[in-house]
Design a protein around this ligand. Structure first.
Ligand code: FAD
Length: 387
């Protein structure tokens, strides 16, 4: 590894690196080609306690903060893996920790910590409403001690490799609320029970391997106690998870960015064309240097966002800016990496094309670059609302 990060988390970094070393490039390449789930890798992370990093010690976890969780995710991507297989548990955890009832926490957290359960999936996006989340059409209607769910979701990841999913649905019709963000609620859904009684799952073959699906709900009944927090406040709750998600994705992009810079720096130092290493040409050096600068800068904002989150401070602007900067930096690094590998950048055995596809996702999901710009323009700078 050429690039080094000096921070207070060297112990975590070393531990994750040594675990990741047992899962070399060939492992992740094969999983990607087979469109498989990295079971062995996620099991190893779970057994070593890393998937329980955010769970308080009283529930069997290690009680670490989002900052440490982000270091774990960063190191996975930096080692050539893809945190997309397991990052859901990290950001979903925050929603449960901050808004779940004591009974829910006592029931679920120890089982997540032991690895008996996985909470890897979150169902928000819908085909007809896209980013306009408050317009979602999936409904949850209270019927005695149950909620009955009907509707459709799209692009929902890791459903078939998760025991629990956090689901956003409308409990009060949009026409009956004063603010469009009200009347939405979040629920814990037992995935296997749901698949047996009202939730159909259809995988979407796509560019990256996150086990991503369409979901169809047809009178799915779930116990009323699966509601998280207060009915109607789910949009506010889910934002907690989304800020954590943005900061974690920023860290993953930073891991990707370092991976690309490491790989391309090594390659252009070795590859000789026209009688000298291609890395001796400034036309080759400068895009690599530029992306390295941008990764380092994005890293500062990532730590700021994580620190605010861990201190319980508002961090919407910082989490969004960290995700924006890091996704942009990793994408620039990916472009330089594939470009200067020439034809070999397209050969699967170099892993550049795989990582290139994986990091490209973060321009669009979990929130598109345009929507971040819109958030900053309107919520931070106070410009007139466009929607
Ligand atoms: C591989 C993958 C995994 C995913 N996993 C999950 C998951 O686990 N759970 C989940 O809930 N969702 C998931 N998603 C969905 C993801 O969060 C959405 O795709 C993303 O938020 C964009 O929403 P959309 O696809 O509906 O795009 P749209 O909302 O249709 O927007 C399309 C594009 O239009 C532009 N745009 C839209 N509105 C505006 C505007 N007002 N101003 C300027 N530009 C605008 C943006 O550039 C945007 O990229 C996943 C998506 C992918 C591809």
């Amino acid at each position: 590894m050429l690039t080094t990060t000096t921070d207070a988390f060297q112990d975590i970094r070393e531990a994750i690196r040594s675990l990741c070393a047992e899962f070399p490039d060939e492992y992740h390449r094969r999983i990607d080609m087979d469109r498989a789930y990295p079971e062995a890798f996620v099991d190893a992370l779970t057994r070593a306690g890393w998937m329980a990093a955010l769970i308080p010690e009283e529930y069997g976890g290690s009680g670490l903060g989002l900052t440490e969780a982000s270091v774990i995710m960063e190191e996975i991507n930096r080692a050539g893996g893809n945190s997309g297989a397991c990052h859901g548990q990290m950001y979903n955890m925050n929603t449960l920790l901050k808004h779940g009832s004591d009974a829910q926490k006592r029931d679920i957290l120890p089982r997540l910590a032991s690895g008996e359960l996985r909470l890897q999936s979150m169902g928000v996006t819908e085909p007809t409403t896209g980013t306009d989340t408050t317009k979602i059409r999936t409904t949850a209607v209270r019927k005695g001690d149950r909620y009955v769910i009907n509707g459709q979701k799209v692009w929902i990841s890791r459903v078939q490799h998760s025991d629990l999913m956090i689901l956003l649905a409308r409990t009060t019709p949009l026409a009956d609320v004063t603010k469009k963000s009200e009347g939405l609620s979040i629920f814990l859904v037992d995935v296997k029970q749901a698949m047996a009684a009202g939730m159909a799952v259809r995988p979407i073959l796509n560019m990256v391997n996150h086990e991503t699906n369409e979901l169809f709900f047809d009178n799915l009944e779930i116990p009323a106690e699966n509601l998280i927090g207060q009915e109607g406040q789910g949009f506010r709750y889910i934002l907690t998870g989304l800020n954590a998600e943005r900061a974690l994705i920023a860290a993953e992009c930073i891991g990707d960015g370092y991976w690309f810079v490491d790989r391309v720096t090594r390659y252009v130092g070795d590859r000789v064309v026209f009688g000298r290493p291609i890395g001796q040409n400034q036309g080759v050096q400068f895009p690599i240097a530029e992306s390295y600068i941008e990764i380092e800068a994005a890293n500062l904002m990532r730590y700021k966002a994580c620190r605010l989150f861990d201190d319980g401070q508002p961090c919407g602007a910082e989490a969004n800016m960290a995700k924006y900067l890091a996704a942009k930096a990793s994408w620039e690094a990916a472009n330089a990496c594939i470009q200067f590998h020439g034809g070999f950048g397209f050969a699967c055995e170099y892993d550049v094309e795989r990582k290139f596809r994986e990091t490209r996702l973060y321009q669009v999901a979990p929130i598109s670059t345009n929507l971040i710009l819109s958030y900053i323009a309107e919520h931070v700078l106070g410009l007139p609302r466009s929607f």
